[in-house]
Design a protein around this ligand. Structure first.
Ligand code: SF4
Length: 115
């Protein structure tokens, strides 16, 4: 294959592949899905431990994190926190834990009510 034909062939392959990629971006934007699947955060993740994150907000150590104590505290869950965005059944993304999913009924000490 001549160099000119090889260059044309490579250009076609490049355009074909980048074209397919470009078609995916609007589709993913419409669905709200991330290209990179986030994994569920582990409770023993160092940041999660530091912020008192748990999958089940009723299991928060209230001695360490009194913010969730009392009648008002008991109403705090990830799914009513301003940092939460639901992505799949019972899970969602959180701005505090990039590329991780947090439980809808979880909680951490950064909890902020939705505006
Ligand atoms: Fe849940 Fe909000 Fe803490 Fe994120 S910042 S883990 S959504 S309570």
């Amino acid at each position: 294959m001549s160099q000119e034909k090889q260059a044309t062939f490579n250009r076609r392959r490049f355009l074909k592949h980048t074209g397919q990629g470009a078609m995916l971006i609007p589709l993913l934007s419409v669905t709200g899905q991330s290209v990179w699947a986030a994994e569920k955060i582990k409770e023993d993740d160092p940041t999660a431990v530091a912020l008192g994150y748990v999958h089940d907000a009723t299991k928060v150590d209230l001695a360490k994190f009194p913010k969730r104590a009392g009648e008002e505290g008991a109403k705090q869950f990830c799914d009513n926190c301003s940092q939460y965005k639901a992505t799949e059944d019972g899970w969602g993304t959180c701005a505090i834990f990039p590329n991780k999913l947090v439980a809808a009924k979880g909680w951490c000490n950064v909890w902020v009510p939705m505006a």
